[in-house]
Design a protein around this ligand. Structure first.
Ligand code: 13P
Ligand code: ZN
Ligand code: NA
Length: 282
């Protein structure tokens, strides 16, 4: 069933687990993610970046997710990941998204506050929760390369939360989108300081692919309540297709290799739900 993000994330915060937010690119990935949640009796978030929506528009993506979510008992959220403009958010709200991120983290603090507040005002009018970002997650998401990650300043985070009333806050603590070039080193000291300054606001970890499971668990125990995975899903999806074609180079029917790719994503998502502690919490 399709729900808004606030209820499931707040419940997770209170009980000490986190909600997995998984990026989908196509129907097989949507089905894999939601079926993994249903079989794990776990709440879940399906999300699409602005780049994905440049290929498949929000009404089409949302209709697809809703049609799968309507068939399951577990709570499913349809979230806009890294929303890149006020207009994009408006389109997703109209399409039926039940959660929104506006990412103005590359702008200066005051501009970030202003854009975030504009989006919150619009989303609040239709009861949809909003995630924003402060500090920069390194690496590449949607072809947008951040030259370097910028750690979230705990005092700025406190001011940002006060000045926006944002529902969830994504932070930079050494996390990087895509593949880590060096071993990931999360700054748990910064996470703790941000948590102390932002109180009840659930925090979001981006760039989670490549972070060791123990570090993810530790971050969850310290106040991370939404955990984003994209790259690892793309990797297992593509690897399964390559393996199928290597094995059967004459294959022409997408049903065959897409089925394998879907299965691979589903298994991965189920493992992540165990790490996040949301299995059995629907
Ligand atoms: P990864 O691709 O590193 O898992 O990051 C996912 C993410 O943050 C999506 O917003
Ligand atoms: Zn991200
Ligand atoms: Na990553």
């Amino acid at each position: 069933v399709l729900v808004k993000s606030k209820e499931i994330i707040q419940k997770a915060v209170q009980s000490g687990y986190a909600i997995g937010a998984f990026n989908a690119e196509n129907m097989e990935m949507v089905e894999a993610i939601i079926e993994a949640a249903e079989e794990s009796n776990s709440p879940i978030i399906v999300q699409t970046t602005s780049g994905t929506l440049n290929i498949t528009p929000p009404e089409r993506f949302c209709a697809m997710v809703k049609s799968v979510a309507d068939k399951v008992k577990v709570p499913v959220v349809m979230h806009l990941d890294h929303g890149d403009s006020f207009e994009r958010v408006a389109q997703c709200l109209r399409a039926g998204y039940t959660s929104i991120m506006i990412d103005a983290s590359k702008k200066d603090f005051y501009e970030n506050v202003k854009i975030t507040n504009d989006v919150i005002r619009m989303a609040k009018a239709v009861g949809v929760p909003v995630e924003a970002e402060l500090g920069i997650v390194g690496g590449k998401e949607d072809g947008n390369v951040a030259e370097k990650e910028a750690f979230t300043d705990p005092y700025e985070a406190e001011n940002f939360v006060k000045q926006t009333g944002v529902d969830f806050l994504a932070i930079g603590i050494g996390n990087v989108h895509g593949v880590y070039k060096a071993d990931p080193k999360l700054r748990f000291d910064i996470l703790q300081a941000v948590k102390e300054k932002t109180g009840d606001v659930p925090l979001v970890l981006h760039g989670t692919s490549g972070i060791p499971d123990e570090d993810v668990s530790r971050a969850v125990s310290m106040g991370i309540a939404k955990v984003n995975y994209a790259t690892e899903l793309r990797q297992v999806f593509t690897k399964a297709i390559k393996a199928y074609i290597d094995e059967d180079p004459g294959v022409i029917d997408p049903k065959k290799y897409n089925g394998k790719a879907k299965q691979a994503v589903k298994e991965l998502v189920k493992k992540k739900l165990v790490i996040l502690g949301s299995t059995g919490k629907a």
